[in-house]
Write a new protein. Structure first.
Length: 677
């Protein structure tokens, strides 16, 4: 056991090492959550033993010293960091502290709640409305001069129309949107054979380039959240009016920012952000709550590293480290053999994870993960947990590199790699694992959504010799099923009915269910609505398939081949004979998908739209329009005479309320600039 003083020293060394990796080299070694845990441990030690604290401790300072590549910039006002809280109780405690500092009631304070963007802080100086300098945060007092690179950020105004004379510093976050990050990484992979670990590293690495031509080639964006009025010429009194000013000058500001009053509304709004974090265009690792009144901020003041008037509520971490116990292989519906990690259970993004995918043989080799390693697990939203890589443990002995098995763990057949592909396949069409997965996929929610066909049932039906492919499902009878263990008359009848209902499913769902390679729900909808029937689709030449939105050469070729493979032709004709309709009612929607995946509730009357038209317009843009408000709701459109219960529910859940007068704008942009209080 080490003494508190020794442990504090160890922790400081460790944290300094990670600060360097994160702030100077843009290449973190461990996930943010592990880093936060080290800082919390050190803070707790220093609280228990105040004699261990010093002004230079990493708990009292910001960031890391700048490197020597750029010249130094002394900030006009320090660039502070934020203190963190990790749950609702800590957030409420912070509120109480703020109220005490103001001699007031927490419920009377107005807060701005905004996303905490995972990028890097930047300060941009404008003199007489003209951009003169850009600098990184550095240690908070002195940062790096990155002016040339900052000028290449495309969404940044170079002059501010109507700005007062004198100097203002605009502060905010440099980041890369999720979509831009995907494109950038595809390019990086093709050109350099390597990728950025995440958008934050990519943004940091791109801004801190010696050659500004490299920065210019990277898709950097800037979002503004603070204005430092060095010459006191602006007369701004609140955060929200500052944000409005920044937006008027042409800066991007957080569209989802909200002004709330009191603790409960603030907590609800934080929960809304957590629930919808994956629907935002950029990566967020939490929300920032700020006291809105600037005069109250002055009363509260700051510590050496962070303001007392703001707090970061961090979300449950999406990356954690844990021990890799073993690597195994599972067989999917196409026969693909996917290696996966068996892990010491760990809580990631709020749920326990003990299995995570390793994708394919090349990924295991490239990441060099071996049983026994300490590994980083990532789980984001609905996405399947995956292994990011190993954490190097200095001095640790590692096991030998893992070898991909040569035979299928399910049927014993050969596992083969075809051509240049990274994937390995079990090529035995009679492999029971493949049959099982194909049928499960056909019955799954995104395909025909057949209730009562879970994994155990399907395995039982295959084993009993009643089915071996999806067409067999339609000839199952109540008599056959009733003889099986676990089935009664009732469950047998409802399963046969559920299967029969699937016969009238739209073609798009059947296309998904057939599991044609590269055809996901979006492509299936496009193909089904364009061609209307399976026969039309099956007789189309490749060029005609490709002529449709979102259908490239890869999808077109895959569909073309599928429809000409004799086994598939036979399967589809058996489905047809069983009564499956294989038809789609044509949709004419060609609207931009501004609301893809978002649930938007409408209440009251909106001028210019009937209720059906309003809901139809949302659906046509990729959204859904449920009849009631829940925590899954993205926002509520408030028309004339709105429903009282919907309003209350939305307020309780912190869901943004958009005035009906902004509806048309909202449809075309997918975001809003005003909300209803
Ligand atoms: S306010 C004195 N607002 O988070 C005010 N910071 O962990 C300090 N960040 O250094 C910053 N989104 O780089 C603020 N909406 C937001 C933010 C935000 C991201 C970053 C910023 C800050 C860091 C602290």
């Amino acid at each position: 056991m080490s003494t508190p003083a020794q442990r504090a020293r160890e922790l400081r060394d460790e944290i300094v090492r990670h600060n360097d990796a994160y702030f100077v080299n843009d290449m973190p070694i461990i996930p943010d959550a592990d880093y936060d845990a080290l800082v919390r441990e050190l803070r707790a030690l220093e609280d228990a033993h105040p004699e261990l604290r010093s002004e230079t401790s990493v708990t009292q300072t910001v960031g890391a010293p700048h490197s020597s590549v750029f010249s130094e910039v002394r900030h006009g006002e320090p660039m502070l960091s934020l203190d963190n809280v990790f749950d609702e109780d800590e957030l409420r405690t912070w509120c109480d502290r703020v109220a005490k500092g103001l001699d007031g009631e927490a419920n009377e304070i107005s807060f701005a709640v905004e996303p905490k963007i995972d990028g890097l802080a930047l300060s941009i100086t404008y003199v007489d409305g003209v951009l003169t300098q850009g600098s990184t945060r550095g240690d908070g007092r002195v940062g790096e001069d990155v002016t040339d690179n900052v000028r290449t950020i495309r969404n940044l105004p170079l002059t501010l129309a109507g700005a007062p004379r004198g100097r203002v510093d605009i502060r905010g976050e440099v980041f890369i949107t999720k979509a831009d990050f995907q494109d950038l990484n595809t390019r990086q992979r093709e050109r350099e054979g390597k990728e950025f670990a995440n958008p934050r590293n990519a943004a940091a690495g791109s801004l801190r380039q010696k050659d500004s031509a490299v920065s210019a080639s990277r898709p950097l964006s800037f979002l503004a959240y603070q204005l430092v009025d060095l010459d006191q010429s602006m007369m701004l009194t609140t955060h929200m009016s500052t944000i409005a000013k920044l937006s008027e000058w042409g800066f991007l500001t957080a569209a989802e920012i909200a002004l709330v009053r009191g603790v409960d509304e603030m907590v609800a709004r934080c929960t809304w952000f957590e629930e919808h974090r994956h629907e935002l265009d950029y990566e967020v690792d939490g929300v920032v709550v700020k006291v809105d009144e600037l005069s109250l901020r002055d009363q509260l003041g700051t510590t050496s590293r962070a303001p007392r008037w703001a707090i970061a509520r961090k979300f449950p971490p999406e990356e954690r480290t844990t021990r890799l116990l073993a690597i195994e292989v599972s067989i999917g519906r196409t026969g693909r053999a996917t290696p996966y990690a068996v892990l010491e259970p760990v809580t990631v993004a709020g749920s326990t994870v003990s299995l995570a995918t390793l994708h394919n043989q090349d990924q295991v080799a490239q990441k060099d993960v071996r049983p026994g390693d300490l590994v980083i697990v990532r789980k984001a939203g609905e996405v399947i947990p995956e292994i990011v890589g190993s954490v190097v443990e200095p001095g640790a002995r590692r096991q030998d590199a893992w070898e991909f098995p040569r035979t299928c763990p399910e049927c014993g057949g050969a596992l083969v790699r075809i051509g240049e592909e990274s994937d390995t396949y079990c090529v035995n069409p009679a492999c029971p694992a493949q049959q099982l997965q194909q049928i499960l996929h056909f019955a799954s929610r995104s395909a025909l959504d057949i209730e009562g066909l879970g994994e155990q049932r399907v395995a039982q039906l295959i084993q009993a010799g009643l089915i071996s492919d999806v067409a067999d499902l339609f000839s199952l009878s109540v008599e056959q099923l009733s003889t099986l263990e676990g089935f009664g008359d009732l469950s047998a009848t409802s399963l046969v009915e559920a299967i029969s209902e699937a016969k009238s499913a739209p073609l798009s769902r059947v296309l998904v269910g057939l599991g044609i390679r590269h055809v996901g729900p979006v492509a299936a909808r496009e193909l089904a609505s364009s061609f209307g029937s399976f026969d039309e689709l099956a007789s189309a030449p490749i060029e005609e398939l490709e002529a449709h939105d979102g259908i490239g050469e890869v999808i077109a070729t895959s569909v073309f081949r599928y429809c000409r493979d004799p086994e598939n032709v036979d399967l589809v004709s058996r489905l047809r004979r069983a009564g499956v309709e294989l038809r789609e009612t044509r949709s004419t929607s060609k609207e931009p998908q501004t609301l893809a995946g978002r649930a938007v509730v409408v209440t009251g009357t909106i001028e210019g739209y009937s209720r059906d038209e309003a809901e139809g317009a949302i659906v046509a843009r990729g959204g859904s329009s449920p009849g009631s408000v829940s925590k899954k709701t993205y926002c509520v459109i408030i028309g004339e005479a709105p429903g009282a219960s919907k309003l209350t529910k939305a307020r309780d859940l912190g869901i943004p309320m958009i005035p009906g007068s902004s509806f048309t704008n909202f449809l075309s942009s997918g975001t809003w600039t005003t909300t209803v209080d």
